[in-house]
Write a protein that binds this ligand. Structure first.
Ligand code: NI
Length: 136
């Protein structure tokens, strides 16, 4: 018997989408407002979902307290109230689009789970725009 356990989390962070090797004009064309040189913030909403067999001893897929602590350590402590471009080493050479942020979050959380557990990351950059990544 398998089930999926999900926990919702939140962080605020600033970013700028641009490539150093492109002209200002090309960055504007591709990234629009998200290329604002003075950065801008988003209220990111995160849903972390773990799928695995229900442990017959505990009745848990994962202790939700454990999942909460992993998200706090790997995501909230690392990203909340940070400038993703300047403060977070993961984005030193990686454009902090919602897609790339979701991949970075996946790669931080996955090693903390049981090897059998499937992980899915859903990241909302705005209430209407969200990204899903599950390691493919
Ligand atoms: Ni943006």
């Amino acid at each position: 018997m398998k089930a999926t356990v999900s926990r919702r989390a939140h962080f605020n962070a600033a970013h700028r989408l641009y490539r150093k090797d492109w002209t200002d004009e090309k960055n504007d064309t591709v990234f629009g407002k998200c290329n604002n040189p003075n950065f801008h913030g988003h209220n990111y909403e995160l849903v972390v979902s773990v799928t695995d067999a229900i442990d017959p001893d505990t009745g848990y897929v994962i202790d939700i307290k454990t999942l909460k602590d992993i998200i706090k350590e790997e995501v909230e402590d690392a990203f909340d109230h940070k400038n993703l471009n300047l403060d977070v080493p993961d984005f030193k050479d990686l454009i902090p689009t919602a897609e790339n942020i979701a991949v970075v979050i996946y790669n931080k959380i996955k090693p903390r789970l049981k090897a059998t557990s499937l992980l899915e990351i859903t990241l909302y950059e705005t209430p209407r725009n969200f990204i899903t990544y599950s390691g493919n």
